[in-house]
Structures are given as structure tokens and as C-alpha cells.
Design a binder for this molecule. Sequence first.
Ligand code: BGC
Ligand code: BGC
Length: 656
Amino acid sequence: MPVTYSGRPRRPSRLLSRLGLTAVVLIVAGCGSSNATATPGASGASSPAASGPTTARPWMDATKSVDDRVAALLGQMTEAEKIGQMTQVENHAPSFTSANVTSSALGSVLSGGGGSPAAGNNTQAWYDMVNGYQQAALQTRLGIPMIYGIDAVHGDNNVSGSTIFPQNVGMGATNDPALVTKECQATALEMNAVGIRWSFGPVIAVPQDIRWGRTYEGFSENTDLVSKLGTACVQGFQGTSLSAPDTTVATLKHFIGDGGTAFGSSTASGPTGPYLLDQGVDQMDQATLLKLFLPPYEAAVKAGARIVMVSYSSTTDGKMHGNKQLITDVLKTQLGFTGFVVSDWGGVDQVVPGDYSGSVAKAINAGVDMVMVPDDYNRFISTMTSLVKDGTIPQSRIDDAVSRILRVKFEMGLFENPMPAAGKLAEVGSDADRAIASQAVSESATLLKTSSGVLPIATTGKKVLLAGMGADDIGIQSGGWTMTWQGSIGNITDGTTIKDALSSKLGSNLTYDPNAAFPTGTKADVGVLVVAERPYAEGVGDSADLKLPIEDLALVNKMRPLVSKLIVIVISGRPMLLDELSSADAIVEAWLPGTEAEGLADVLLGTKPFVGTTPYTWPKTAADAPRTGKSACAGAVYPLGYGLDATGKLLGPPAC
Ligand code: BGC
Ligand code: BGC
């Protein structure tokens, strides 16, 4: 694909005129700002541009090494400019505008879940928004580009019309690293189209208890599988060079132990009440913690990952955001990680309860380099300013943090090309990317049970009844982190539902009713019933009982008498208890497939084979969910790696 960047290397004449303009902007912003500490432009000594073009800006010389460029730029920066680099603000922070990026010399802006542009959720608005922030960053005294970050965890999933891939649980079921690389590469392409080059992914958690609401964000409970697929995704996002067009910089998250928290150990809460596991405590000893959760970081750092996000969770030593031994000694020193560490959303605030300044000091001194504030950046900046002034945070720590951030920005080529090329909006949701997603859906579908002659469904001559609201709902099949943080029921973006996909192949042989309210006397050869978890994200999805919605389960008894063969499709972010499905002839676990359900029709109708295997042990009861230290079949219905092909032949170990 031919690629050109719209951004050009900055020429002296352009820079001079830009800096001329900048001076005016900064004076205005400085006067109007309520934040007296945030006037780095005004506090900057002599403008390097004033003392001559290239020689005064050695960091713009791309023939120099990245380290030399970092040192040259760092040497020019005021304290306020350094603190600005360490600050990341959400685009929906109250009264935040691009002018604040200039006036506070901010290093980064992000979209949280659902953080779409004020102008609307469309691709042009996304590009314009990011470009607006970038132009504002380039207006600062030193013209340091900002970096825009977003949760692209199954496609560029906040952007309307983007390709939504299966959540990582489904990618884990494919056990196909080449496919994960393609997914992340396609995601990077769609992100670049809307101007974004930083993804908050892959999640390389190794969830040990599927009652956790973030289980679906993890590839597997198995450390090796997570290392393999996490690394594959990093390679897809980053390509062979971070500065190559259409690449994004990956983020490994959440360091470390996010998937190891004990049931009931969380003190956090969210929109629907208290959490159970999410943001809780890893009660294991450190040797166990490192053995389970460190290898994916080790592998992905080796593969070139440059950003790591800290976990909300705690170890027995307290909040990870304040854990110097793990962030600095283990990640940075032991693994030799020279990129930067970003905190999670408001995660720094929790370090010392009730003491914001103490929290910031502890987190930065522990090794956090950039802070996802996300709202009150004035408070963060003034707190940092005092902490550096009184020596609580040493200057060397600030210089190290800023050097790490600048290093990644230089490596990404942001100083040469601050924005990806405009005019590529058609890449978003392209047929090519949807084909990759559809392939992933086929490969992820995991056949748990079948008997002979049930699958595939014949495309001619058979009457098929389809039921369950999840059969015709893009929001349900995509799950959380889709258009909004929690995701939602409804046709929230473009895509193909299960009903669309089946009806395009079965035509008038297919009859659909969400509630299985078929006319009396209806009889059919095949029934397909979709039972589905409803969308959730983070601790909102913590579940004590792992039960599917009762209203969906009630349809089993409605469907059973109407059909000769009953196939149940489960849409869920994790293994669910299946006791109520015992009368089904076949059970297909579809995980959270995303927008391209055609891939599901392909396996049901036999166009493609069933190859998916479960990336999590299937527990007998909810109490059997925790896996650490258990043997493969302890308390299990199906072990890790279990799955069948359409004829019922085992693809992995037998059922327990
Ligand atoms: C999540 C992160 C995410 C961040 C930004 C946090 O609540 O834990 O995974 O990257 O929000 O949306
Ligand atoms: C999400 C935000 C959400 C916040 C709530 C973040 O992870 O990205 O959209 O409002 O969590 O805590």
C-alpha cells in the first residue's frame, strides 16, 4: 500500500514563522489561564529558534542518535515543560481544549472508553480532533509533539464504523499468533486513518479466576499462550519499525498481577456497585506472582514493546502504582525496559488514600513516568511542581521520566511526522479488515458438545428456527469496550449479526424470533438458540455466579419441543455454567466475536472447520473458578485446550 505522511520535517523558515505565532498564543494563554504554574512557554528562557535554525535545535537532526536527540532536547526544557510531558489528559476533561495543550505543554491526550470527539463519532471528526491537539502541541515553545492514546483492544473500538475483532478471549481460542499479528496490524491501520498512533493494548493479563470482569480482555489463563499471543500483537501494532507508516506503539497492561486478584479482595466500586475482584489484591507470594505474570512482559519487551501501563491491583505490599521494587527494579532494571511507564486512569490517586500529594510522590518515585490524570491536570501539575521544588521527587527522576517519554516519541518519528496522512478514512472498517475479523471469528468458535449429524447445518432443504436477542445485536456480540466503556445492547455500529449472516445463506428457510415466540404448531429440523452475557467492562462484569441471563435460558425449553436438533450458541466473555443447556444437541462457545458474525455462519454451515479450543478451564461451579496451582481437571468440566471438530473429534485433551 502506498503511504505518504502529510507531516513534513519542519524547515527552519516554517518553524520561525510558527514560533512567531506561538509567542502570541502563549502570551494570551498565559494571561487567561487559571493555572499560574502552567506557563512553560512564558517561563522558557531564550527561544532556541531565535538563536538560529538548525544548530540551535540539534534534536531535530534525524541523523543524530535518539539518545543524543533526547539529551539535546531535555537540556532545553524548563521544569514546567518537563512536568507537562509527564501529563496525560482525557479529551473530555472538564473545560479542556486544545489551547490547554499549548499553555500547559502537555505530553499526551487520550480518549477513555467512549471518548469520542465533541463533533461526533465519525472518522473525519476523530482525525480533526487529534490533529487539533497535535497542532496545539506543535505551537509550544519547543514544538514537542503530543502523543494521542486510545484503548484499541479489539480493533479501534471507540471509532464508529471500525472493524471490531473478537475480544482477546476469542483470539486466545484461535491459538493463532499469525492471525493475532494480522488483527493488530489491521487495527493499527484503522487507528492511523483517524490520526492515532498509541494503543493501550495488548492486555497481557493472565486471568486466574474467570469471575473477574476483565477475563475476556485476556488471551488465556495460561502464561505461555499469553506470552505468545501478546508478543504477536505487539509485532502487529509496531511492525518492524516504530517510525514506519501505519504503525502504532503498543502498551503492555496492566503491570503486574491484574489477573491474579483474590475474589472479594476489591475495595473499589463502579457504576453498578462494589467490585469483587477487579482492582483487588494478589494474595500470592512474589515468586508465584512473577512466575505467573512476568513472562509475557519479558517476551513482549524483548519483542520491542515500549510502553507499559501499571495495574490498579495491589500486591501484599500495597498498590502497584506505588511499587518501586516491581516497576523500577524488576521491569526497568531487571528486564532492561527503556521505554516509559504510564499510570492507569486515576490510578495514581489511590496510592496513599486521602493524600494526593503523597500519592503522586510515591508513584513517580516508584517509576511511573507519565500520569493518566485524567481530569484535573492543573492539580497534578501544581502538585508535581511543589514536589520537585522541595526535593521530594529528585530532579534525576523527572529527567529520567521525560527522557523515556521523549525517546519513544523520537523512535516513533513524531518529530518528523507528527500526524499520519490525512485522506485515508476509507481504511476504517474496510472489507479487507472485516475479512480478517471474520476469519478470527471462525477460528475462535469453540465447539464444546455435539453428536453425529448435528453439524454442519444443511444450507438447503431444512427449516431453521433462530431465537435469542443476542442473535441480532451488534452490541451484545461485541461486548464491553465497544463504542463506549461498558459497551451496550443495540446496533451500536456497523457489522453483521448472527441473524444477518445466517439469513444470507439460508434465505427463507430461516425464521427468527428473539423470544422464540413462533406460531403454534411450528416444527423445524434445526433450532439455533443464542444465549448471551450482556455487555460489561472492568469490575462491573465481576460475577459471583457465572450464570447466563435467566431470560435467555428460559428459551431452551421453549425451543426444544419445536426442533429435531437444537444448537445453542453461547456469547460470553468467559466460560459460563452450562447446566441448563443439557438438552442441547450441540453447544458452540462463540466468545465475544465482534462485528463480523459471518465467520460464525461459516463454521455452523460447514464452509470452514471448527478449530477453536478453550483458553480457560471450564469450571464445574463458580467456586471452582480460581485456577492457580490446580491440576488441569480439578473442579473442571473441560480442561484448558478442550474443543471438538464438527464430527465430534477431540482437538485437544478430553473432557474432564
Ligand atoms: C483501564 C485501562 C484503560 C484506561 C483508559 C482504565 O480504567 O483499566 O485498561 O486503558 O482506563 O481508558
Ligand atoms: C474509562 C472511562 C470511564 C472510567 C470510569 C475508564 O477506564 O475509559 O471511559 O469513564 O474508566 O472509571
